[in-house]
Write a protein that binds this ligand. Structure first.
Ligand SMILES: Nc1ncnc2c1ncn2[C@@H]1O[C@H](COP(=O)(O)OP(=O)(O)OP(=O)(O)O)[C@@H](O)[C@H]1O
Ligand SMILES: [Mg+2]
Length: 252
């Protein structure tokens, strides 16, 4: 059985894409077969983090949603070697089209997101995946809700401020309405000097969900805006330890 994990956040720029890439690599490094899907068709960026040139992709999620390719598997690029994953782990990516004309048509493809569920099924049966990790567009929109609707696990990424807290409360309600079986919180960019126990307790009390990871602000991660999978680039960094613990908790 493939487990579908979606990363969501109410606000933009919470770190979803970097977290998705590092969690996928950490799971693949543990011997799992992982598919990483950029379900953020309005502002695709997974290809940048993974260092994939759009020209090298055999297709895009958009092509599948518009019916231009027969299945999502036809858009898959294997990045196991490039991400330095050893067997039996495997890492595959499906990216969204970053071309401006396609993004302009995002609303059209957005409406076809209901096909996502069939696409994920195809992908998991053809590639024998243990996990599909979907990176979504921030806020509540067709893309995030469709992805959530086919997910077993929701990872809600937030930062420590009131706007994030209020928005995350809306996402938590949505996740419960859609009967997603597991909801975890990831608190990212925690400023230096915060008491981690207090941060965890406050979030768990506020949202009645487990905090699976607390990532401090890191200059190394900030500087990776031009691309790269954090856990690969910084294997001995304290943040990598947290990513690995999160992957182990997800694999429980
Ligand atoms: N813990 C952190 N410390 C410092 N910088 C971080 C941290 N996490 C993420 N960033 C930086 O924040 C920026 C946004 O990260 P990312 O693109 O992963 O977020 P996102 O939630 O996917 O954004 P979007 O909503 O635009 O899709 C990047 O420049 C990244 O390097
Ligand atoms: Mg993103």
């Amino acid at each position: 059985m493939t487990r579908v994990i979606s990363l969501l956040s109410f606000r933009r720029g919470t770190g979803k894409t970097h977290i998705a890439a590092s969690l996928a690599a950490a799971l693949a490094a543990r011997g799992f077969r992982v598919g990483l899907v950029d379900a953020d068709i309005q502002s695709p960026s997974l290809h940048i983090v993974l260092g994939i040139s759009p020209d090298s992709a055999p297709g895009f999620l958009n092509d599948y949603l518009t019916g231009d390719i027969p299945g999502l598997y036809a858009a898959v690029l294997e990045i196991t070697e490039q991400a330095d994953i050893s067997p039996p782990g495997r890492l595959y990516a499906v990216i969204s089209d970053p071309g401006t004309s396609t993004i302009a048509k995002a609303f059209e493809t957005d409406l076809k997101m209901e096909q996502l569920s069939r696409g994920f099924l195809d992908l998991s049966s053809i590639l024998h995946l243990d996990y599909i990790i979907a990176d979504t567009h921030s806020g509540m929109n067709q893309e995030s809700l469709r992805s959530l609707a086919v997910s077993d696990t929701a990872l809600l990424v937030l930062q420590l401020d009131r706007q994030h807290y209020e928005g995350t409360a809306l996402l938590v309600d949505m996740v419960r309405e859609l009967n997603v079986s597991q909801t975890y919180l990831i608190i990212n960019g925690i400023p230096f000097g915060q008491d981690p126990h207090r941060v965890r307790d406050e979030a768990e009390n506020a949202f009645k969900a487990e905090v699976i990871g607390m990532l401090p602000h890191s200059n190394e991660l900030l500087e990776m805006s031009s691309g790269g999978i954090f856990v690969n680039r910084f294997p001995d960094h304290p943040l990598t330890v947290i990513f690995n613990l999160m992957a182990e908790r997800l694999a429980d």
